[in-house]
Design a protein. Structure first.
Length: 97
């Protein structure tokens, strides 16, 4: 991984921590350069892997999110995964059950 990629990753990690803290959450960047492992810890000890990309992970998922709040995906015999915007997650947490 190049230095610019590492720098881009660190900027993304710091950005996410800043957004979470600005919304009242305890969040900490735990990754270190040249060290494997998760990037951020928040939400009562849950670890977060942070990725910044030039292009969306999936254009199809991004397209679905234009019309709905979240996308639930499950492969056959697999676990459910939910794709949503960070702003939507923060709204859901604030609203509660």
């Amino acid at each position: 991984m190049s230095n610019s990629q590492r720098r881009k990753g660190a900027i993304g990690e710091n950005e996410l921590v800043g957004v979470l803290r600005a919304n009242g959450f305890v969040a900490e960047k735990i990754s270190a350069m040249y060290k494997e492992g998760p990037d951020v810890v928040a939400f009562n000890g849950r670890v977060i892997e942070v990725k910044r990309r030039e292009n969306p992970v999936s254009k199809q998922l991004e397209g679905w999110l234009e019309d709905v709040n979240l996308v639930a995906v499950r492969a056959d015999r697999g676990e459910w995964h939910v794709w949503l915007k960070l702003s939507e997650l923060l709204d859901l947490i604030e609203e509660g059950p």
